[in-house]
Design a protein around this ligand. Structure first.
Ligand code: HGY
Ligand code: MN
Ligand code: MN
Ligand code: MN
Length: 403
């Protein structure tokens, strides 16, 4: 074990299992209250008073010199997960932030600026469908109106869930005061790929996040009885949807570098002996060049309309979220690389709150090695030693930024 992996074990031992069930950050889901209490307890034990702001972001400040908070250095990540996710995507960034604070204190660092720790809600978008919902609300990348109307799989609106968790729905939205406090944001995250394994290095600095978005396809057909409806009389949206999934792969394969995924498909009403009346499927498309992403989505949409019509169905396509490729601040990335005495610089295909903040404040990321390279799955991994090396690296770059 290492101090960082001890913190990770504590996170895994709390209500995170329910969070891993794809539900939103505890602050919006009282069932995961235990996770928030653990986090608040760890901050409290370090003499930091956690406060949850009007967008559901948890902030805590280490400010031994009582300096104004504006222009602070902030580090942190998220605690929510995807359904069936791993134990490190998010929590490693939070555990490393706590451990890095401990290391800064052990080293006797006297910060010229405050250090903030932040935990962002609903980074995965597993509950309300839009990734990085907390950081999008903070920066105005999503309007409060659109966010409040988002629904979870049970049909609860974000407004209702937030109100039930004690938030004022009128409070959500861009928060310039909070943004003014962030002079620089550094997020550490487990690597979601094999870059560091192949380079045989424990930590990397991020160069960019490739652009990515989510589109909802709703295929409408004719609900009917599985036993009394002859094949020639059917307008089966699930058959059309299945062909759309195959077409998405074909279009992606024809555009090198494209990643197209349908990870969620929902027949309605979903009965074994019922021909569906509608099928919703969610398409995730990513590519380093935003124009290619747009062209791929347009071609998949065109093919979908054709395939639906071929089965007597229709299809509606709605963009749920899109963020273009983010190139992190090169000077800040260079400064982190120098503070580490040199480190690999890697791009990522995964989205992060850092990707949303990067358009508003100087932002950087560190990645810690993941021996399996697998993520969004229980096989996601990080050794105890590497987890600690990541925290040490985070402490090194924070010490440099706080000097
Ligand atoms: O989907 C992503 O890339 C991130 O894990 N939210
Ligand atoms: Mn993730
Ligand atoms: Mn993540
Ligand atoms: Mn019947």
């Amino acid at each position: 074990m290492s101090e960082t992996s001890d913190l990770l074990a504590a996170i895994a031992g709390t209500g995170r299992d329910t969070v891993r069930g794809g539900y939103s950050r505890p602050v919006f889901g009282p069932a995961e209250r235990e996770l928030v209490e653990w986090c608040a307890g760890e901050l409290d034990r370090r003499g930091l008073q956690p406060e949850t702001d009007r967008n559901g972001i948890v902030w805590a400040w280490w400010n031994p010199n009582g300096a104004p908070l504006e222009g602070a250095v902030v580090t942190g990540s998220h605690l929510d997960s995807v359904p069936g996710g791993g134990a490190f995507d998010g929590p490693l960034g939070v555990a490393s932030a706590l451990r890095a604070l401990d290391l800064l204190r052990e080293r006797g660092v006297d910060p010229a600026r405050p250090l903030g720790l932040a935990v962002f809600p609903e980074e995965e978008g597993s509950r309300f469908g839009v990734a990085c919902l907390g950081s999008r609300l903070l920066t105005g990348a999503i309007t409060p109106e659109r966010a409040l109307a988002l629904k979870d799989p049970d049909g609860n609106t974000f407004a209702d869930v937030a109100r039930a968790a004690g938030f004022d729905p009128a409070g959500f939205g861009r928060d310039d005061e909070a943004l003014a406090r962030v002079g620089a944001f550094v997020e550490l995250h487990v690597e979601q790929g094999r870059g560091l394994v192949d380079l045989d290095a424990p930590v990397a600095v991020a160069s960019s996040i490739i652009g990515h978005g989510r589109w909802r396809f709703s295929v409408h057909g004719q609900g009917n009885h599985a036993g009394t409806t002859l094949l020639e009389d059917r307008r089966d949206p699930l058959l059309a949807a299945s062909r759309i999934v195959v077409a998405a792969r074909e279009v992606a394969a024809a555009n090198p570098g494209t990643r197209a995924t349908v990870g969620r498909l929902q027949p309605v009403p979903g009965g074994t002996n019922v021909i569906a009346s509608r099928v919703d499927l969610w398409l995730d498309v990513r590519h380093p060049e935003d124009v290619v992403t747009a062209a791929v989505v347009a071609e998949i949409s065109r093919r979908a309309a054709e395939l639906a019509a071929g089965e007597g169905c229709t299809v509606e396509v709605r963009e749920e979220s899109f963020g273009g490729t983010v190139d992190f601040d090169p000077a800040l990335a260079q400064r982190l690389t120098a503070a580490l005495g040199g480190a690999p610089v890697l791009a990522t295909g995964a989205g992060h709150d850092a990707g949303i903040l990067a358009s508003h404040v100087p932002t950087a990321m560190l990645f810690t090695r993941n021996p399996t390279g697998v993520s969004h799955s229980p096989e996601e991994s990080c050794t105890d030693d590497d987890a600690e090396l990541g925290s040490v690296a985070l402490a090194d770059v924070l010490a440099d930024l706080l000097a």
